[in-house]
Write a protein that binds this ligand. Structure first.
Ligand SMILES: [Mg+2]
Length: 167
């Protein structure tokens, strides 16, 4: 809860099924802590959100020792179209990258990095091999600044089903 926002992309992580096991939220996904620390070390702003609410998300992050890596923790609230609405202030000039196991419900004005839901398997390597350069934050910022918003790396309407998430 102490990183200063930067002009770079804002990385917004889903909690259940993305960073922790979707059933008990009792363990960090393999590679999760390393990924978060690497992004934070690169000066990225990191936030955490959950449909279970901000207090729940903060409680889990604290228990697992990663709370200090996030500049904000928020609740996922669905808008009229059923998609999650970014909390006020989370959209930044550098663009938003959402890492999520339910990419179909992400806002349309973010770049999505879909991940397969994690149920706790020890050999899961989705976050270990997550390609954080795609979408590249800098490119994303340029796209957001242009008329290309809604195309390219931005999330397509309708979204990809979870089963189409990268392996
Ligand atoms: Mg999830």
């Amino acid at each position: 809860m102490m990183n200063e926002p930067t002009a770079e992309a804002h990385w917004v992580f889903d909690l259940d099924g993305t960073l922790v096991d979707g059933l008990a939220a009792s363990r960090l996904r393999p590679g999760a802590a390393e990924l978060l620390r690497r992004l934070a070390a690169d000066g990225m702003r990191l936030s955490l959100w959950s449909a279970g609410g901000a207090a729940y998300a903060l409680r889990v992050a604290t228990r697992l020792g990663v709370d200090a890596l996030f500049s904000a923790v928020g609740e996922k609230v669905a808008g009229d179209d059923g998609r999650w609405v970014l909390p006020v202030g989370w959209q930044v000039a550098g663009g938003v990258v959402c890492v999520d196991d339910e990419p179909g419900r992400l806002p349309l004005d973010v770049a999505a990095l879909p991940v397969r839901p994690w149920l706790g398997g020890a050999h899961d390597n989705v976050l270990v091999h997550l390609d954080v350069s795609r979408p590249a934050p800098r490119r994303l910022g340029m796209q957001l600044a242009s008329s290309e918003l809604g195309h390219g790396v931005s999330h397509p309407p309708g979204g990809a089903p979870e089963t189409d998430a990268q392996p």
